[in-house]
Design a protein around this ligand. Structure first.
Ligand SMILES: NC(=O)c1ccc[n+]([C@@H]2O[C@H](COP(=O)([O-])OP(=O)(O)OC[C@H]3O[C@@H](n4cnc5c(N)ncnc54)[C@H](OP(=O)(O)O)[C@@H]3O)[C@@H](O)[C@H]2O)c1
Length: 276
């Protein structure tokens, strides 16, 4: 999809973190935006932020894990924008803690939000995209989907699921006019779920910025790229090493400060009252 001007995109997770930056980059390209998340105020702030780009922006507050909301969302977007060209499954949640400190409900909610909502929203959007023989689905995964993090295994499982599902669907849809991409950022600073922890990222992580993530989304759409790793450098040694020798990847996590980062954050999170 070389020229994005006048295309219509549905972006989940548009209320805070990386979403607003992705919205800005899309609007700069002339893309009309349907923004969704639970927090209406955050969505309205994002809409206001992109108002000078002369694109059509509408907000749809709701919980993406709710199938009736997802159905209504797709119907409303179709009515308001006439067709959908781009779906960006960006909404996500994470809570760093030891596995047994997570409640079963929370584990289920994380899988629903990060993986199942993306799959089912795509299931709803895809038939029209296939009929129009044009569209792009972009799934927001993570470096954690390439190699599990300590104290973050559930999150990483959802992100690994997104990567493999993207690969399979992409092959299946080849030649249909609909592309599927997955973006794998490592640590992002300035804003987003890890920035909220207000900690220095581990030295090995080559933390990136929300702008770089948004740039990757635009590149994936324009060039129909299957997978983009956002953070450069030694970070990418981790999944490579993991494939060759998992023990060495563990060692790199330890000397790179990743293990300690998550261990400390888990300790802090578990000490918070009413955590999760
Ligand atoms: N930040 C990083 O370092 C980083 C690194 C790699 C990958 N990622 C991925 O990038 C994506 C965005 O992350 P972020 O850093 O921007 O996180 P964030 O700041 O926590 O924002 C998450 C977004 O998802 C929405 N969301 C969460 N649960 C939802 C639900 N049940 N229904 C509807 N919307 C929901 C939130 O909106 P409401 O709360 O208003 O509903 C918010 O807009 C995620 O998929 C994340 O896994 C982030």
């Amino acid at each position: 999809m070389k020229d994005l001007k006048g295309k219509n995109a549905l972006l989940t997770g548009g209320s805070k973190g990386l979403g607003p930056q992705i919205a800005r980059f899309l609007a700069k390209e002339g893309v009309n935006l349907a923004l969704t998340a639970r927090t209406e105020k955050g969505l309205r702030d994002t809409a206001k932020d992109v108002s000078n780009y002369n694109v059509n922006v509408k907000v749809y507050p709701g919980d993406i894990t709710d199938q009736s909301f997802r159905k209504k969302l797709l119907e409303d977007v179709k009515n308001d924008f006439s067709r959908l060209d781009i779906l960006i499954n960006n909404a996500g949640m994470e809570w760093v803690s030891s596995y047994t400190a997570l409640t079963p409900d929370y584990i289920e909610k994380m899988i629903q939000t990060n993986l199942i909502a993306a799959m089912l929203l795509t299931r709803l959007a895809l038939p029209d995209m296939l009929a129009q023989r044009s569209g792009q689905i972009v799934n927001m995964s993570s470096l954690g989907g390439k190699r599990g993090n300590p104290y973050g295994g559930t999150y990483c499982a959802t992100k690994a699921g997104l990567i493999e599902w993207t690969k399979g669907l992409r092959m299946e849809l080849a030649g249909s006019g609909v592309g599927v991409s997955v973006i794998c950022p490592g640590f992002v600073f300035e804003s987003g779920m890890f920035a909220e922890y207000n900690k220095k990222p581990p030295w090995i992580s080559n933390a990136t910025t929300p702008e770089k993530v948004a740039e990757a989304v635009i590149r994936a759409i324009k060039k129909d790229i299957g997978e983009i790793a956002v953070n450069p450098g030694p970070t990418w040694l981790i999944p490579l090493l993991d494939a060759i020798h998992p023990g060495m990847a563990n060692w790199l996590y330890k000397i790179g400060g990743v293990y300690e980062f998550y261990r400390k954050q888990a300790e802090e999170n578990e000490a918070k009252p009413n955590n999760q």
